[in-house]
Design a protein around this ligand. Structure first.
Ligand code: TRP
Length: 330
């Protein structure tokens, strides 16, 4: 009875946000004690939108450094780059042939991204979920921690895996989406009705993990609130304040009613300063580690080379089985 297997990935695009930190990274760190974890950097997926090559390379390293700085231990978990394990591209292609156009057309992310990048609706954007299915199925993952927005892709992965298993006999574990409650709902500071996202284009909407303490203070001070002047949790009528309370609560481990009491009678200014300081304190050790890692590309290289070796051992077994079953000579 081995440990359950976890696989997750973050696309190698943009700078990570506080939302990624509490919603993904912190949970990844917790899970590595209990599970056999594979944490990937999805740099092949990043190609579905036109990227500057230098930036893509650098973003890949930034995400790797963020994983490690947040506390993922490369000796406990397998941390790797998607591009370094060629089985991803191969299984992705195979699964393309077991995924229907109709299924892919229904994906919300495809619809959103093709609206956003109307001048570049490429085939990769369309088949993105089959590549992601390959990522997950190669490791026989039991659980896939992701944001709510990726749930549909994990569900499609299940359908593809079941279809394949029905045709060729048991080949893939059927994975389950795992959506952590904590941090899943960190919203934008300027638009508290939508998730804080690294692709947001609204100025001051997101807190980036690379922001300086001054940036963080400034952004929190500018966060949208309301005119009531009372620190009270009310998601519907006070989405801005509720979001800041949510952030503060996650970091300080305080419940909403405790926070209400703590800031009873104080204005939004005082509250915002406290929120910003909590974030700054939380991120301080992360920053330090992150900067050290980014100054040490050799060490990062060692980590991803080692990770690729470990990942390949598992991925190659699955792909071998798949190729044998479908009649592909390798
Ligand atoms: N599509 C995911 C995202 O945009 C990233 C990703 C790629 C992923 N492959 C994955 C997540 C496999 C979980 C499992 O966030």
């Amino acid at each position: 009875m081995g440990k359950k297997v976890i696989l997750s990935g973050i696309q190698a695009t943009g700078d990570l946000t506080l939302g990624n930190y509490v919603g993904a990274l912190k949970n990844f760190v917790k899970m590595q004690e209990e599970f056999d974890c594979y944490y990937m950097i999805a740099n092949l997926h990043a190609l579905t939108v036109r990227r500057d090559p230098k930036e893509l390379k650098n973003n890949t390293l930034k995400i790797l450094a963020s994983y490690i700085a947040a506390g993922i231990d490369p000796d406990k978990s397998t941390v790797f780059l998607q591009s370094q394990v060629h089985e991803h591209a191969e299984l992705g292609w195979v699964l393309d042939c077991y995924t229907y156009m109709g299924e892919l057309s229904r994906m919300t992310q495809f619809k959103d991204k093709s609206a956003k990048h109307a001048d570049n609706i490429n085939a990769g954007l369309f088949t993105y979920p089959s590549l992601m299915a390959g990522d997950i199925l190669l490791y026989q993952a039991n659980l896939v921690p992701t944001g709510e927005d990726q749930k549909q892709h994990v569900e499609l992965t299940r359908d593809i895996a079941e279809r394949f298993n029905k045709l060729y006999g048991d080949t893939f574990k059927i994975p389950e989406p795992y959506i952590p409650k904590v941090g899943a709902r960190i919203m934008g500071l300027q638009d508290p009705t939508s998730k804080m996202s690294k692709s947001s284009t609204i100025p001051n909407d997101t807190i980036l993990l690379v922001d300086t303490p001054e940036d963080i203070m400034k952004k929190v001070k500018k966060a949208v609130t309301d005119s009531e002047g009372i620190v009270k949790y009310d998601e519907k009528n006070k989405p801005g304040i509720s979001n800041l309370m949510e952030i503060y609560g996650i970091i300080t481990n305080k419940k909403m009613d405790e926070i209400e009491k703590e800031f009873q009678g104080s204005g939004y200014g005082t509250f915002k300063t406290a929120v910003a300081e909590a974030i700054i304190n939380e991120l301080e050790p992360f920053h330090k580690k992150y900067n050290e890692l980014m100054d040490n590309p050799k060490y990062l290289e060692e980590i991803y080379d080692e990770g690729a070796k470990k990942a390949s051992q598992v991925a190659s077994k699955t792909l071998k089985d798949v190729y044998e079953k479908i009649g592909i000579i390798r």
